[in-house]
Design a protein around this ligand. Structure first.
Ligand SMILES: *Cc1c(COP(=O)(O)O)cnc(C)c1O
Length: 875
């Protein structure tokens, strides 16, 4: 029989156990080992059965057990200690509170997914887990963040396999009442409502759930409410599902509804409200439009509102893969954001222009969320140094006339939340070395001195730890594999072999991630015989653990999964290679520490950063990876291996796979395995252990999300808050009017003439140390010298006269205007390097409120023959 209605009966906790409820409802338990231990001790069996989820655990404990615990003095003492610790954590001063004045009052952080714990499955992969790690680190550092996302009733999906290895998707229903969430309620107890207008007089309603992530509230909008029609109810049904219109509605709810949820939260709780809005990838980009609408309601014109909003917005782009960027039909956006839909009072044509791909090759009929993100944010970044470069190239078309290196997109390399990802066993070893308090600081705030202590840990302790972790993984793998085969239809009698899968003393390689094609799940299968030899090597075998979900609509990804599963099913190798279904945070936490080597072989440079290798490194697992994302930045031969790549050449993809897979096999056979199995007199692999030590000491302090969040605060949030404060309505109007004036005048701005006189060259030659006196005549088209900067740009030149590593020198106005409205600029240019050298001159708009000279995308360069000495080259 099926129940016609379901609800959750909350346990009534005996008085001495009341604090358990608060501990279960603040997700800090997910990264606080003592609190987790406390919950485990409530009922060790039940803890496991509840998937290590305190809310579920408390829902399942018997009244008798609760009564016994209430009498258990030791338990109550631990409970009091954990509750006290949480109170200190929530109320105390932390890193942010020790910073100089002027930091933002609060920051709203929007993301389509958040991976905080397996108990709140609202993520698909790296983007969401990064967002979760960002919130947790912000909490640890005391950064006043408000997270904003959606609550998906089915999360992403659960993966299992059919008998023949085809991915199966399941969509279990998540009941918010059984999750660590509470409803945002008005003072009268009614749930706060968020509503959006849809075309045709329809409406989209949502309630707001709050997850407590330490000190950070995470607001999650949920459209599954009775007032909605069936279509609208399903808007938040699942993550990255549905067609284009479904996606657009999700993103409207996230961006527009999200700002309204923040406003409701602040009104109800008395929170002073965010000064900075950060959008994690383009999906939440509509938040900028909603803020423009708010300002329009206060009487600010579109252009001035845009300036104010831009100043306080940070946009992070996460992918150079076009499929990772949302693009909507222009008509669809017009339909939903036009007069009949949302954002009344904001001109839809102006909205559409924000998302237009105005660069060569751009699609005129598409609305690009990343492009809008860049136009709505004065500050933007990629997520590793290499990805910053790639993004500047990729979006350079939006700043015509500027070199890609000048495109105003910076980078902040991702990090991972160490208290979440470091195995308790690893933490204990560190704590033994330097004390628990300092070890905790090392993980949250960072700072390399604390990590240097790793150097003093003896070889045998490191090796014992590595073996223990590997052995735990082996047991975990067998359990999961057994369960998977049962789901695939195998009977117990067929599965005796599972007990012999993997060996706790064999070199273990891990590979787990989503399965988009650029990550090349099956590169390792390229030469199956060769792989088989590596797995079955008589003295230096390797074993491989693989996991990953393909997007439900991606059949080619599912074919890759199937290929891998079929290979791993082969009785000849099934004890040495496994595919584990349903990769998620719970599995990941066991996988990274238990592996010796973390493999990553994306098509360079398509991996924007990659974070699983960072989590592995924090547990002493060595990286073996293509030099892409973060590994390109921090790789050193002292602690890992770089798989050589054939990118940038004309090599086709097939040939590239061929070359790169061969390099991978060679590395494993010639370098990785020998080092692992090279045992000295003590029986320990000394050089391997040294690499583990180097991994921890060198990478440990860098890969922390604490380092990342501090960078966001210092380099992006703080300047954005200052810029936003400067843009009071009148100033925003002034800036908008100035921009309009500059844009109108710009076609007349020109560099008319450039002269260079060798001012100090002793004998007329360009020599190191001599100086050129530049004299430039520029037409400003009615603008004043204050409106522009005239610059010399000088540096090395290549054979095609392209400037590299150029530096800019501002020239000074020296007279004018002449009868034709032209001004003279002058300045010295020191020849400070030898070899081929060149310069040019340009005019840029200049205003104290611009974050960057390229802000408007306007530049005037000399025409070819602008005068003697223009663009002169000295060889
Ligand atoms: C860290 C993590 C990812 C992201 O890994 P990448 O290396 O960035 O692909 C994906 N899924 C889970 C469960 C993770 O923990």
């Amino acid at each position: 029989m099926k129940a016609i209605r379901r609800f959750t009966v909350r346990p009534v906790l005996p008085e001495p156990l009341r604090p358990l409820s608060e501990l279960a409802r603040n997700l800090r338990w997910s990264w606080h080992p003592e609190t987790r231990e406390l919950f485990r001790s409530v009922d060790p069996e039940g803890w496991r059965a509840a998937g290590e989820d305190p809310v579920r655990l408390l829902g399942s404990v018997s009244a008798a057990r609760l009564a016994a615990l209430a009498e258990d003095r030791r338990f109550v003492r631990s409970l009091t200690a954990c509750a006290g610790d949480l109170a200190d954590y929530l109320g105390g001063r932390r890193w942010y509170q020790e910073q100089p004045e002027g930091l933002p009052r609060a920051i709203a952080y929007f993301s389509p997914e958040f991976g905080i714990t397996a108990a709140l499955p609202q993520y698909s992969g790296g983007l969401g887990i990064l967002a979760g790690d960002h919130l947790k680190s912000a909490s640890d550092l005391g950064v006043p963040l408000i997270g904003v996302g959606l609550l998906y009733r089915h999360g992403y999906f659960r993966q299992s396999l059919s008998r023949d290895g085809w991915q199966q998707e399941h969509y279990p229903v998540l009941d918010p009442n059984e999750l660590p969430l509470s409803l945002l309620r008005e003072a009268d107890g009614e749930p706060a409502r968020i509503s959006l207008h849809l075309p045709g007089g329809r409406a989209l309603h949502a309630v707001v759930w709050i997850a407590r992530v330490g000190r950070v509230p995470l607001l999650m909008l949920d459209s599954d409410v009775e007032e909605n029609g069936p279509g609208e109810r399903d808007v938040t049904d699942r993550l990255y599902g549905g067609g284009s219109e479904h996606r657009l509605l999700q993103e409207m709810l996230l961006g527009i509804g999200g700002v309204r949820a923040v406003r409701a939260y602040c009104r109800i709780t008395g929170h002073p409200g965010p000064e900075v809005f950060h959008t994690n990838e383009g999906h939440a980009g509509f938040l900028g439009l909603e803020r423009i609408r708010e300002l329009a309601g206060e009487g600010l014109e579109f252009e001035a509102a845009l300036e104010s909003v831009r100043a306080g917005t940070v946009f992070t782009t996460h992918t150079p893969v076009p499929a990772g960027i949302d693009r909507f039909d222009r008509e669809l956006v017009a339909h939903h954001l036009g007069d009949d839909g949302e954002l009344p009072g904001v001109d839809v044509e102006k909205i559409l222009r924000l998302g237009m791909e105005t660069y060569p090759g751009g699609e005129p009929n598409l609305f690009n969320m990343a492009v809008m993100g860049l136009r709505l944010a004065q500050r933007a970044n990629g997520v590793s140094t290499l990805h910053g470069e790639v993004s500047r190239e990729m979006f350079a078309g939006l700043w015509p006339g500027f070199d890609p290196s000048e495109v105003p997109i910076t980078s902040v390399t991702n990090g991972v939340h160490a208290p979440t990802w470091v195995a308790p066993e690893v933490f204990r070893l560190g704590a033994r070395q330097i004390g628990a308090g300092r070890a905790e600081d090392a993980l949250t705030v960072g700072g390399s001195p604390r990590w240097d202590a790793v150097a003093d840990i003896p070889d045998n302790e490191i090796w014992e730890l590595r073996r223990e972790l590997r052995e735990q993984l082996v047991l975990e793998v067998r359990e999961r594999l057994y369960a998977s085969w049962r789901t695939r239809g195998a009977g117990t009698a067929e599965l005796g072999w599972v007990d012999g899968v993997l060996d706790p003393d064999v070199l273990t390689i891990g590979f787990a991630r989503r399965v988009p094609s650029y990550k090349r799940l099956t590169l390792m299968l390229r030469d199956r015989d060769r792989l088989m030899e590596l797995l079955l090597h008589p003295t230096r075998p390797v074993q491989i653990v693989v996991a990953g979900k393909a997007h439900p609509a991606d059949d080619s990804g599912k074919r890759l999964v199937q290929e891998l599963v079929r290979f791993a099913d082969d009785p000849r190798v099934r004890h040495r290679i496994v595919f584990l279904p349903d990769y998620g945070m719970a599995m990941a936490k066991k996988l990274y520490p238990g592996c010796d080597v973390w493999l990553n072989n994306p098509l360079r440079p398509l991996e924007a950063c990659g974070t699983s290798g960072m989590k592995a490194a924090l547990n002493g697992c060595l990286n073996l990876s293509v030099l892409d994302g973060w590994w390109d930045e921090w790789y050193e031969p002292d602690f890992g291996w770089a798989i050589p790549t054939a990118d940038g050449s004309a090599t086709d993809e097939d040939r590239r796979d061929q070359l790169e897979s061969a390099a991978l096999y060679d590395l494993i056979e010639d370098r990785v395995a020998p080092r692992f199995y090279d045992r000295g007199e003590s029986g320990l692999p000394g050089r391997w252990i040294e690499m583990v030590r180097e991994t921890l000491a060198s990478l440990g302090p860098k890969v922390l999300a604490g380092r990342m969040v501090r960078e966001y605060v210092e380099r992006l949030y703080a300047p954005a808050a200052r810029a936003h404060r400067d843009l009071e309505p009148d100033t925003a109007r002034e800036l908008a009017a100035w921009k309009a004036r500059v844009r109108a005048a710009w076609p007349q701005v020109a560099v008319d003439h450039v002269e260079a006189v060798a001012a100090t060259a002793p004998n007329g030659h360009a020599e190191l140390g001599s100086t050129l006196a530049l004299r430039v005549r520029a037409g400003l088209g009615g603008l004043q010298p204050d409106d522009v900067e005239v610059q010399a740009v000088a540096g090395r030149v290549d054979a095609a006269d392209t400037l590299a590593e150029a530096r800019t020198v501002a020239l000074k106005p020296a007279g004018g205007p002449d009868l034709e409205g032209r001004w003279v600029y002058e300045g010295p240019l020191a020849l400070d390097r030898t070899g081929p050298y060149g310069y040019t001159v340009r005019v840029l708009p200049a205003h104290r409120l611009l974050a960057d000279g390229a802000d408007l995308g306007l530049v005037a360069l000399p025409t070819e023959a602008t005068g003697e000495g223009a663009g002169v080259l000295m060889r």
